[in-house]
Design a protein around this ligand. Structure first.
Ligand code: AP5
Length: 219
């Protein structure tokens, strides 16, 4: 299965990608996680990306396209993948189309658009806590860890992302409207777009997602 997740910051792409990746035994390729890790380690990629991320802007297309190309051509992605947070501009979507053609891939199966009103995504981002070691995502109210402030999976201390400050969230939502939302029409035209109402609880959204990627199983 080759799937793309599209949606505004905080709609729950990462949460659902982590769950679907386990169920389908395919990797979650999160450009946000890859870039955050590079920033943390101070690599050349991280140094290039840091200022863009901290101000809520997109990292330049050529940087992100290069790192996704490297991932998708690796053995890890041979049986499929969930692209979480890529593409995010029409130029990235076109580059992905070219990549798939060049590598003889059968192409994408689904592009899932997660829909949640901004007032709710803002609430979700304000309460998000993430594990810096294994990237598991929590919410202090909607999905808390068993032990306060600690990751259930690896025990690491949970952190709040620096780009979840209210003023940066506002900038990220504006960037989504201007630069990423045109992808909805792009994939609709290609017959790949599936919409998931993601306003419900996490388990319910997972069930809706499963029904969309495996319609025959739930019919
Ligand atoms: P990235 O990390 O991709 O951030 P994002 O797209 O803004 O999305 P988020 O990770 O904020 O939200 P999410 O939808 O994954 O929600 P989550 O599951 O965590 O990108 C960060 C930055 O990197 C960008 O701003 C940019 O600078 C750069 N970047 C990344 N990709 C790029 C690209 N392709 N091109 C250029 N630049 C790029 O959930 C949020 C919270 O809600 C959590 O607390 C969760 O527990 C909770 N939650 C989830 N689902 C529910 C639910 N159903 N009900 C209640 N709570 C829920």
């Amino acid at each position: 299965m080759r799937v793309v997740f599209v949606g505004a910051p905080g709609v729950g792409k990462g949460t659902q990608a982590q769950r679907l990746a386990v169920e389908e035994k395919i990797p979650q390729v999160s450009t946000g996680d890859i870039l955050r890790d590079a920033v943390k380690r101070g690599t050349p990629l991280g140094l290039q990306a840091k200022d863009f991320m901290e101000s809520g802007k997109l990292v330049p297309d050529e940087v992100v396209i290069g790192l996704v190309r490297e991932k998708l051509t690796s053995a890890e992605c041979a049986q499929g993948y969930i692209l979480d947070g890529f593409p995010r501009t029409v130029a990235q979507a076109e580059a992905l189309d070219r990549m798939l053609k060049e590598t003889g891939s059968p192409g994408l199966d689904h592009v899932i658009s997660f829909d949640v009103p901004n007032v709710e995504t803002i609430r979700r981002l304000a309460g998000r806590r993430s594990c810096p070691r294994c990237q598991t995502v929590y919410h202090i109210v909607y999905g808390p860890p068993k032990r306060e402030g600690r990751c259930d999976k690896c025990g690491e201390a949970l952190v709040q992302r620096t780009d979840d400050k209210p003023e940066t969230v506002e900038a990220r939502l504006a960037v989504f409207d201007q630069q990423t939302s045109p992808l909805i029409a792009y994939y609709q035209k290609r017959g790949l777009l599936r919409r998931v109402d993601a306003t419900a609880a996490i388990d319910q959204v997972s069930a809706r997602l499963r029904a969309v990627v495996h319609p025959a199983r739930t019919a």
